[in-house]
Write a protein that binds this ligand. Structure first.
Ligand code: IVH
Length: 674
């Protein structure tokens, strides 16, 4: 047997064992034997790197860090489901379906678990996993292929491909990535021991993991998949149940507890049955998904806006738990608003242990008459944050007292204020450490400036050590590198990483910068609208109240808040510091002159000598070109490095222009000269 054949055989074996272990949960061999096989493959591949194929089991963990998640257009939109909350709404759904289909049609439904995870779209080209993407806005998602490849229940290549009955050369498989509850608990326990931030629930933990930059870490997280849909332009499937069977045949993990129901009564029974077994399942479900089984009928029904008319989610009732309210503490937010927090006897509810819950404001406390030492009923609905729904009055202690608000800030002791027409209490000391820290945390957070590594713990430390007093100081940290390195437990590497993410964040677009400033009522959406409209901070700063309220969806209170923000000397001073640091204060795009890359689409394949594929991709994007993942007639160029495989072959058959690395270097040279 030659080396090629030996490698192929080893890979096939490992794929088979993986499938039995991770998808079917029926291991064929012991761990030791498996590890030996994998080691043998790794050894042979490291001696002959030119023979490594992307679908080799060793390629589940790539070497490269993901610098950014590239956008991927879904071939089919990723729809979301309309929700129903009770039997009547399900019956109404059935009625609407039958009204559209007409009296002559009988309708079968498939009822599946609604897995509470993160949805993913997997694109397989010629039987091999090509890209994996998040849902994104339903039309375009983010590419998370390297991370998804680490999930062992996601096949890198299809089993039983090509299929005798279906043409499956380019398919999208939809499914849900999740964590088992027990795995999630263990993960959180480890994080707690290491002093890391805990995940709120298995869903957040899965979604967060998929967006990590380092696939090596993702590989260590216990992610799993259930797939529920296969789509192809040449779809020859007749039924959803057939779809599930085909997925299973192709090597995907599906949940076998789905039910085919002949009537809406049967659907309702299945929904109740699912709700009953909910707590005994190893993973979280938040409802049932009801789908019209016939794909012909699905096509007739079509979709409205972003939801199909042929499917609906049946959401389970929120889970409740009762526990003791030990104390009410008051927390100061970044705007100075002081909000009450319930400190609870820890209780397990819907996937996580809860020891705190927000009480919103004093009005809410009074309305529900919540008192310290009461037993309270907690509820966790679709959202992550638990709320107190009521108090068990029968359990109330005789000597309990209504809750009184504090007179002074619990952090800096300055007197609190209540503005006219507002329920919230405010600490108006701008130097209050709670506000300072809150503003810094908001500024550095992922949805704002996205400064990796600058989290709550480090901010606390830097504020206490006086390295940070406001957001402008962040860009001054680099002048204190030596002192920062001296701080116990930080060290050179983490400080240098932090300083480089601070440099990197300067590329965040204007809308994010505006959001990061933390102007009251200017959330991410409002910031985007303002940035689009005014284009620069200068224009926004100059805008009158009338000009502000003229912008679609900008009301009086937002306008007032913006005007107040720019009236404050301290804010103007900080803005100046940020401007000096080089943040984007306008959204005008840098125009790149037309060049050989302008609007041309590229497919990258094989190994390049001078660049990683990501770096080559960035160059192309920088000069106004596009990078796509699969070759079609519309592709302008295929850049082929060493050991290029099927994409190069496809380019040849389609007559797409093929570039060597040298050709590419020449193109770069010519573009930079224009
Ligand atoms: S079908 C149009 N089936 O629930 C088809 N979705 O908004 C929509 N989900 O985004 C998906 N389990 O992430 C389907 N068995 C299941 C599901 C499921 C969980 C998620 C999915 C979707 C969301 C509904």
């Amino acid at each position: 047997m030659n080396l090629d054949e030996l490698l192929r055989e080893l890979r096939e074996k490992i794929h088979l064992y993986d499938h039995h272990y991770y998808v079917l949960a029926e291991p064929l061999i012991g761990d030791l034997e498996y590890d030996q096989l994998l080691k043998e493959l790794e050894k042979l591949e490291s001696e002959n790197p030119q023979l490594i194929t992307p679908d080799s089991p060793t390629q589940r963990v790539g070497k490269d860090l993901t610098k950014e998640f590239k956008p991927v257009a879904h071939q089919f939109p990723m729809l979301s489901l309309a929700n129903t909350y009770n039997e009547q709404e399900v019956v109404d759904f059935d009625r609407r379906v039958k009204e559209i289909l007409g009296a002559n049609e009988t309708v079968d439904y498939v009822v599946e678990y609604k897995i509470d995870g993160a949805s993913v779209s997997l694109n397989y080209v010629d039987g091999k996993l090509s890209t994996a993407a998040t849902r994104g806005d339903g039309t375009t998602g983010e590419e998370i292929t390297q991370n998804v490849k680490t999930i062992k229940s996601v096949p890198l290549k299809l089993k039983n491909y090509p299929h005798p009955k279906y043409s499956l050369n380019n398919i999208e498989v939809r499914g849900e990535i999740f964590m088992d509850i027990e795995d999630f608990r263990l993960l959180n326990k480890e994080r707690e021991e290491r002093g890391e931030k805990l995940f709120a629930n298995p869903r957040n933990s899965s979604a967060g993991t998929l967006k990590l930059q380092d696939p090596q870490i993702v590989a260590k997280r216990p992610l799993k998949i259930f797939t529920y849909y296969l789509l192809s332009k040449e779809n020859q499937l007749q039924q959803q149940s057939e779809n599930l069977a085909l997925l299973s045949k192709l090597g995907f993990r599906i949940n076998k507890d789905f039910q085919i129901c002949k009537s809406i009564e049967e659907v309702l029974q299945t929904c109740s049955k699912f709700e009953e077994v909910r707590d005994s399942l190893p993973f979280e479900i938040d409802g049932a998904v009801i789908k019209v089984n016939s794909i012909r009928q699905q096509t007739i029904l079509g979709s409205i806006a972003k939801s199909p008319r042929w499917a609906v989610a049946f959401k389970f009732k929120a889970k409740q738990a009762t526990t003791l309210l030990k104390a009410i503490t008051w927390q100061v937010g970044r705007t100075g608003a002081v909000t009450p927090v319930a400190e609870l006897e820890p209780v397990f509810l819907a996937g996580s242990t809860i020891s705190r819950a927000t009480l919103h404001n004093l009005d809410e406390i009074r309305r529900k008459d919540i008192r310290v030492n009461d037993y309270v009923v907690l509820e966790k609905g679709g959202d992550v944050i638990p709320k107190i729904v009521s108090v068990l009055l029968s359990e109330r202690k005789i000597d309990s007292q209504p809750t009184e608000p504090p007179q002074n800030c619990p952090v800096c002791s300055s007197a609190l204020f209540q503005h006219e027409d507002e329920v919230a209490l405010y600490c108006e000391n701008l130097e209050c450490p709670a506000q300072v820290k809150g503003k810094l945390e908001h500024f550095a957070s992922r949805t704002a400036m996205d400064i990796e590594g600058l989290g709550e713990a480090l901010i606390d430390l830097f504020v206490e050590e006086k390295f940070l007093g406001n957001i402008g100081d962040i860009y001054n940290l680099k002048n204190h590198r030596e002192e920062l390195i001296q701080i116990e437990r930080l060290g050179k590497k983490s400080i240098d990483n932090l300083l480089s993410s601070i440099e990197k964040c300067k590329r965040q677009p204007f809308a994010k910068v505006l959001f990061a400033l933390g102007i009251r009522y200017v959330g991410a959406g409002v910031a985007k609208k303002l940035a689009d409209h005014f284009q620069s901070l200068e224009n926004l700063q100059r805008a009158s109240k009338e000009e502000l309220t003229n912008v679609f969806e900008i009301g009086e209170s937002i306008a007032e808040s913006i005007l107040m923000f720019f009236r404050d000397e301290n804010n103007l001073f900080i803005i100046e510091k940020l401007r000096e640091a080089g943040l984007n204060f306008s959204s005008e795009k840098k125009r790149v002159a037309e060049n050989v890359f302008t609007n041309k689409s590229f497919v990258l394949t094989g190994t390049l000598e001078n660049f990683s594929r990501e770096a080559a991709g960035e160059k192309i994007l920088g000069f106004g070109g596009k990078v796509v993942s699969s070759v079609s007639k519309k592709t302008d160029f295929v850049l082929a490095g060493e050991a290029a495989g099927s994409k190069l072959e496809k380019a040849k058959t389609l007559g797409v222009q093929i570039l060597s690395e040298n050709n590419f270097l020449e193109m770069l040279k010519s573009a930079s000269e224009t």
